[in-house]
Design a protein around this ligand. Structure first.
Ligand code: HEC
Ligand code: HEC
Length: 173
């Protein structure tokens, strides 16, 4: 009898917790589906899915910036009409175009080399390789590693002249 009395508050607390958690799981589930409602207002997506939600896009962009240790302005130019804002759809910066190639490379690495090794049922998308895995907060991981010692003497700062070529091209236009 004594034991039952002592255990009653315990069981009722557990009971309430289960009910609350059950309700919470239900609530967060519907919130997730709400967040992924398709959007059609992106102007210039060439590698990301056209119907990506704002939340997902925000998450990815913050992730790119953090991984490379840069701000949004590393890839996006200020708006011509309102310089206090960024023109996210503009392709004026070569860094944005390089980033597109990087997104494609990362997706391919995951799809070709990691996804096949996942057990059935296979997830639609796999994110084993990501930007930070190579970049670790630096724009140029190769350069960063080359400074680490004699082992990494492969980096030639004069080799990558894509930015110069891009600027030359723009001058000609
Ligand atoms: C490392 C480069 C990089 C950084 C840093 C970056 N972005 Fe982007 N952003 C891109 C690329 C690449 C695209 C285009 C993706 C595509 O073509 O599918 C893009 C597209 C976008 C778009 C969609 C524009 C449209 O309508 O087409 C928005 C909005 C955006 N970025 C916001 C941001 C914000 C906010 C930040 C800072 C938190 C940021 N980006 C940082 C590379 C970057
Ligand atoms: C497999 C390793 C690897 C992964 C993964 C990777 N990068 Fe890179 N990235 C590099 C290397 C190496 C360079 C320097 C390239 C060079 O010097 O030719 C670079 C260069 C860049 C540059 C040009 C930097 C500059 O401004 O000079 C951008 C932008 C970039 N990466 C964005 C990204 C984004 C965004 C992702 C994730 C979607 C990503 N990278 C994933 C290895 C990687």
């Amino acid at each position: 009898m004594e034991l039952k009395k002592k255990l009653f508050p315990f069981f009722s607390t557990v009971g309430i917790l289960i009910v609350v958690l059950g309700l919470y799981a239900f609530k967060s589930d519907s919130a997730t589906t709400e967040r992924y409602v398709a959007q059609t207002r992106w102007e210039n997506l060439k590698v990301l899915p056209q119907n990506i939600s704002k939340d997902s896009l925000d998450y990815l962009m913050k992730n790119y910036a953090l991984s490379l240790g840069v701000k949004c302005t590393h890839c996006h130019v200020p708006s011509k009409t309102d310089p206090t804002k960024l023109d996210f759809a503009s392709d004026e910066k070569i860094e944005k175009e390089i980033a597109r190639g990087m997104v494609k490379m990362t997706n391919d690495l995951n799809a070709l080399y990691f996804q096949p090794h996942f057990p059935e049922p296979k997830p639609k998308q796999v994110h084993v390789v990501n930007c930070v895995m190579c970049h670790r907060g630096a724009v140029n991981p190769e350069k960063y590693l080359s400074q680490m010692g004699e082992m990494y003497k492969t980096y030639d700062p004069n080799r990558d002249n894509r930015k110069e070529m891009f600027l030359e091209q723009q001058k000609k236009q």
